[in-house]
Design a protein around this ligand. Structure first.
Ligand code: ADP
Ligand code: MG
Length: 672
C-alpha cells in the first residue's frame, strides 16, 4: 500500500470528519469528473483517427446496489493509465481541491462551511464511503487497473478488469449513524435510494451534457387476459427501465414557451439559494455577430448583504454550457447589482482570464444589452404591476438612486424614471413623471423635502406652505435622496400640456381644444428644489413684493436679530411663503440642512460642509407683531430672547435639536 501525501491526508481528514455537512455533493463531483472524461475522449476522437467514437454512445451510469451497499458511477470516457491513476488520485495536488487548500490556509480553525464553496473533487467520495474502488482502462490501452483506498492512510493499485475504456467508481457506503444527544445522525443508505439519487442529479447535475442514466423501477398495467370477465380489475407489475435523469439542455437554452414559470422559479431558487420566487424573469437570445442566451432574474427581496461591501455582483458566464466564471462582475452595472442570472455565449473564449475579460469587447456589448433589457423590464413592471414594483423598489431603489448619484447624474436619463418618491399630496409613491403630470400650470420646479421621518416632513412649515400653494412635495427619507437630486439637478418631464406665456395664444388653444383639437404637448425641464432652500419661490409677484417691502421696513429689527444669532444664520428675512408657522429655517446655497445632517453622520464628519441657514419670519403671524413691538420699545434683550427662541423652535419642528437645549429651556421659562 502507498501512503497518501501529508497534505492530502490533512485535507481528507478535515473534509470527512470535521466541518463539512453537505455530504451529498460527492455525487456532483464524481459525475462532473465522468463528464470531463467523456469530453476528453470526444476531443481525442476529433484529432486522433485511431479513436472511433459515436458521440451518442457517451453516457454516465449510476447503479445503486442495496444488498452490497455500493453505489457505482461509471463512464465510458477516456479512462486513466496506471501512471495517471497514481498521479491524479494519489495526491491532492493534482485534484481540483487545490483551491480549497489555498483558501483553507487562511481559514484554518474557522468553523465555517468552506469546502462547500469550491469544487472539492474526487476526495469528496470519502465523505460518504468507507472504501472507494476505481477501476479504469485508458483509451488505447488493453489493460485495466484498480485503485482502492479507505481514505485514511493510503491506497493500492492492482491489475483490474474492464472490457472497454472508461472508469467505474464503486463506493462502499459508510454505516448509518444514529442521531444521539443533539448530534445529528447520518443515513448514508439514502444514497442508495432511487428517489434521492434522482433528486441529487436534478439538483446538481441537471445540465451535464451527457446523459446520466439509472435503472429505475416503474409500474405498469398487466395486459388484460383474453378470458377476463366483466368484473376484471386491472393488475399492475413492477419493471425496471434505463432512464436518463438529467435534462441535459440547460434551461436558458430552451425557448421561453417550453418552460413553465414554475420551472423558472424553481431553477432560480435552487441555483441562487433564495427562498422566494423572483419578482421578474427575463430571457433573451441574441444572434448575429455575437450570439448568446441570457436568463436573468430580479429577486423578490434584497439579500441581507446587498448593501454591504461583501456583496459580490455578477452573472454566471458560460461558454457552450461550460461554466467559465461564476460571478462575472463586468456584465452588470453597479446599480443593477441585484440581478442574478446566466449568460451563455459560444463566442466568448473558454480560457479567458479576469484581466482579459475587462477589455473584452464582446463582453461590453453583452453588458450593454443586458443593462438596456433590465431597464425596459423594470419599466414594464412599473407600468403593469405597480404593487410588485413598489415592493421591488423598497428592496432595490436605494441602489438605483445611488447609481445616479455616483455617476454624477450621467445615469439620470436611464434611471430617473425608475425612481419612486412619496407624494405628500397623494399619500402614495409616485414617479417623477407622475408628479410632473399632476403639476398646476404655473409650477416650475419639482419640490421635495428631505429628512428622516415622513410624518415630521409632512408637518414642516415649508412643506405645508407649498401644499397650500397647490404644489405637491416629495417627502424624501432616504439618506441618498437629496444627493441624488443634487446630482440630477433637473428632470425633463415628457409630454406635458404646453404652457403659453401669452394669454391670447393660450385662449386660442383652449378654444381649439374645446372644439376637439389635440392639446399641444411639450417636454419641460424642471429644477429639483428642496422646499427648505432659500431660493424656492412659489409666491405670487404680489406676495414677493410684500415680503421684500416688509423686510426693508424691518431692517433694524432683523439686524438686531441677526446680531443676536451671530454665526448661526446668514440672514433674517420676511418669508413670502409661510402660511401658518411663525418662522422657518431654510438654507441658502448648495448644502441643505438635511445634507448637513447626513454628512455630519458620515465618515468625513469634521470636514462636512455646513448649511447656510436663513431664519424666515411670517410677517402675518401674531408673534411678528410682538417682535416689532419689542424693537419699537428699544428692548434689545427681548429681541435677543425672541430671536433665539424662534430660531430654536424652527429647528425643533424639523427634528433638529437646539445647539444648547438647556439655554432653550431657560429661555422658555424666562418668558413664562
Ligand atoms: P478535478 O476534476 O478538478 O481535476 P478531481 O479531484 O475531481 O479534480 O479529479 C482529479 C483528477 O482525476 C481529474 O483531473 C482527472 O484527471 C482524474 N479523474 C477523476 N475521475 C476520473 C474519471 N472518471 N475518468 C478519468 N479521469 C478521472
Ligand atoms: Mg473534479
Amino acid at each position: 500500500m502507498k501512503q497518501f501525501k501529508t497534505e492530502s491526508k490533512k485535507l481528507l481528514d478535515l473534509m470527512i470528519n470535521s466541518i463539512y455537512t453537505n455530504k451529498e455533493i460527492f455525487l456532483r463531483e464524481l459525475i462532473s469528473n465522468a463528464s470531463d472524461a467523456e469530453d476528453k475522449l470526444y476531443l481525442k476522437s476529433l484529432t486522433d483517427s485511431d479513436v472511433k467514437l459515436d458521440q451518442d454512445s457517451l453516457s454516465i451510469r449510476i447503479t445503486p446496489d442495496k444488498d452490497a451497499r455500493t453505489l457505482t458511477i461509471s463512464d465510458n470516457g477516456i479512462g486513466m493509465t496506471a501512471k495517471e491513476l497514481e498521479r491524479n488520485l494519489g495526491t491532492i495536488a493534482h485534484s481540483g481541491s487545490e483551491e480549497f487548500k489555498a483558501a483553507n490556509a487562511e481559514h484554518q480553525g474557522d468553523d465555517v462551511d468552506i469546502i462547500g464553496q469550491f469544487g472539492v473533487g474526487f476526495y469528496s467520495a470519502f465523505m460518504v464511503a468507507k472504501e472507494v474502488k476505481v477501476t479504469t482502462r485508458a483509451c488505447g490501452e488493453d489493460v485495466a487497473h484498480t485503485w482502492t483506498s479507505d481514505g485514511l492512510e493510503g491506497y493500492a493499485i492492482e491489475d483490474g478488469q474492464r472490457d472497454h475504456c472508461g472508469t467505474d467508481i464503486v463506493l462502499t457506503l459508510k454505516d448509518d449513524v444514529e442521531g444521539e444527544g443533539g448530534e445529528q445522525g447520518e443515513r448514508y443508505s439514502r444514497f442508495l435510494e432511487e428517489w434521492t439519487l434522482k433528486d441529487l442529479v436534478r439538483t446538481y447535475s441537471n445540465y451535464v451534457r451527457h446523459p446520466i442514466q439509472m435503472m429505475v423501477t416503474k409500474s405498469r398495467q398487466k395486459p388484460k387476459p383474453e378470458d377476463a370477465g366483466d368484473d376484471y380489475k386491472p393488475e399492475y407489475e413492477d419493471y425496471t427501465e434505463l432512464e436518463t435523469i438529467n435534462s441535459m439542455t440547460p434551461i436558458w437554452k430552451k425557448s421561453k414557451a417550453d418552460v413553465t414559470p414554475e420551472e423558472y422559479n424553481e431553477f432560480y431558487k435552487s441555483t441562487f439559494h433564495d427562498w422566494e420566487d423572483p419578482a421578474r424573469t427575463i430571457t433573451f437570445h441574441a444572434e448575429g455577430t455575437l450570439e448568446y442566451d441570457a436568463l436573468l432574474f430580479v429577486p423578490g427581496k434584497a439579500p441581507f448583504d446587498l448593501y454591504s461591501k461583501d456583496y459580490e455582483k455578477g452573472l454566471a458566464l458560460y461558454s457552450s454550457n461550460v461554466l467559465i466564471m461564476e460571478k462575472c462582475a463586468d456584465l452588470l452595472p453597479d446599480y443593477y447589482n441585484f440581478v442574478r442570472g446566466i449568460v451563455d455565449s459560444p463566442d466568448v473564449s473558454l480560457n479567458i482570464s479576469r484581466e482579459t475579460l475587462q477589455q473584452n469587447r464582446q463582453l461590453h456589448a453583452i453588458a450593454n444589452r443586458i443593462e438596456k433589457k433590465v431597464t425596459s423590464e423594470l419599466e414594464a413592471m412599473r407600468d403593469q404591476d405597480r404593487e410588485a414594483y413598489e415592493k421591488f423598489f423598497e428592496s432595490f431603489g436605494r441602489g438605483l438612486k445611488f447609481g445616479i448619484y455616483s455617476s454624477y447624474g450621467m445615469k439620470a436619463s436611464e434611471l430617473a424614471d425608475l425612481l419612486l418618491f412619496w407624494s405628500a399630496r397623494e399619500n402614495k409613491m409616485v414617479t417623477l413623471a407622475e408628479y410632473a403630470k399632476a403639476m398646476p400650470a404655473g409650477q416650475k420646479a419639482v419640490y421635495y423635502a428631505a429628512g428622516d421621518s415622513r410624518d415630521r416632513l409632512a408637518k414642516m412649515p415649508v412643506v405645508k406652505a407649498a401644499l397650500d400653494h397647490g404644489f405637491d412635495v416629495l417627502l424624501c427619507t432616504a439618506d441618498v435622496d437629496e444627493f441624488t437630486f443634487q446630482a440630477m439637478r433637473q428632470y425633463t418631464a415628457k409630454n406635458l400640456p404646453k404652457v403659453y406665456e401669452d394669454d391670447a395664444a393660450r385662449e386660442a388653444v383652449e378654444k381649439a381644444v374645446a372644439d376637439g383639437a389635440e392639446p399641444e404637448l411639450e417636454d419641460r425641464t424642471l429644477d429639483l428644489k428642496n422646499v427648505a432652500s432659500g431660493d424656492v419661490d412659489f409666491a405670487s409677484e404680489d406676495e414677493k413684493k410684500e415680503a421684500e417691502e416688509a423686510t426693508k421696513e424691518n431692517e433694524d429689527l432683523f439686524k438686531g436679530m441677526k446680531d443676536a444669532l451671530g454665526d448661526k444664520v446668514t440672514k433674517v428675512a420676511v418669508s413670502a411663503r409661510l402660511t401658518d408657522a411663525p418662522a422657518a429655517i431654510t438654507s441658502e446655497g448648495p448644502v441643505s440642512l438635511e445634507m448637513e445632517r447626513v454628512m455630519a453622520a458620515g465618515p468625513d464628519a469634521d470636514q462636512a460642509p455646513k448649511a447656510q441657514r436663513v431664519l424666515e419670519l411670517n410677517a402675518k403671524h401674531p408673534v411678528f407683531a410682538k417682535l416689532q413691538a419689542a424693537e419699537k420699545d428699544g428692548d434689545a434683550d427681548k429681541v435677543k430672547l425672541y430671536a433665539g427662541l424662534l430660531y430654536d423652535q424652527a429647528l425643533l419642528v424639523v427634528g433638529i435639536l437646539p445647539d444648547d437645549p438647556v439655554a432653550f429651556a431657560q429661555q422658555v421659562c424666562e418668558l413664562m
